[in-house]
Design a protein around this ligand. Structure first.
Ligand code: DC
Length: 231
């Protein structure tokens, strides 16, 4: 069983994919963390993220692994980078890194190897279109830019809307997150290699007005239906 969950940043993909994996006893694969890890390794080694040739070398040599409960810890060449890949610096470097076709080729090959034995919920931008076009379940999870910015802002302040743990957020900070998100959306959707788009056979779910449980419930239903169709 391969479950592909794509969508823009802040749509709630990660929390949803992780929970679906837990409930359906599948392995969670965070492909965004892989691109972030390559960006991190470039910064660590003084490689300019805009230098396509050197960035591709880093990507081809990178050993990215997931460990710990639910595959939450991210290891890049043996170093635990789980927190280090979430900084604003990495966030800036990851756009040119993930737009590099040679980097994508290396990452897609690693992702396909992870899916070889099946039993995976993979989350990203091109999972249903490029990485696993034959996935049994494909979901495109989206939400309005405002809803996504709000979620990110609450997360940065230690809250978690998925779990109903809201916190007070500064309006200016939320505005800055919204601007950054709109800029990244435009970049991810317009890049030449694997732009973010909905696979023709994906089920679109808009999480703006839905609770976390409802979204997870819908995806789990799709997984159960696909399992039923197999047997
Ligand atoms: O989902 P995320 O925010 O962790 O993703 C980090 C970056 O990697 C983001 O700029 C989009 C890119 N990405 C991608 O191009 N393809 C994927 N399959 C996953 C992420």
């Amino acid at each position: 069983m391969i479950v592909a969950i794509d969508g823009p940043s802040g749509s709630g993909k990660s929390s949803v994919a992780r929970e679906v994996a837990r409930r359906c006893d599948l392995t969670y694969l965070d492909t965004g963390a892989m691109y972030r890890s390559v960006a991190y390794l470039c910064l660590e080694r003084g490689v300019d993220p805009e230098d396509d040739a050197r960035t591709a070398e880093v990507a081809r040599a990178a050993r990215i692994e997931f460990s710990g409960e639910g595959g939450r810890r991210v290891l890049a060449d043996g170093e635990d980078v789980t927190e280090a890949i979430r900084t604003a610096e990495v966030e800036r470097a990851v756009s040119p890194v993930s737009a590099n076709p040679a980097v994508r080729e290396a990452m897609v090959a690693q992702q396909r190897r992870a899916g070889e034995t099946g039993g995976v919920v993979a989350e990203g931008r091109d999972i249903g279109t490029v990485v696993f076009p034959a996935a049994e379940v494909k979901v495109f999870l989206t939400a309005s830019p405002e809803a996504r910015a709000r979620r990110r802002a609450v997360q940065r302040h230690g809250g978690d809307l998925a779990r109903g743990a809201a916190v007070e957020v500064d309006a200016a900070a939320e505005r800055a997150i919204l601007d950054d998100l709109v800029r990244r959306d435009a970049y991810d959707s317009s890049r030449a290699t694997s732009p973010l788009r909905t696979a023709d056979d994906a089920v679109r779910i808009d999480s703006s007005e839905l609770g976390f449980e409802e979204v997870v419930g819908r995806v789990v239903e799709l997984v159960r239906a696909a399992e039923g169709a197999r047997s």
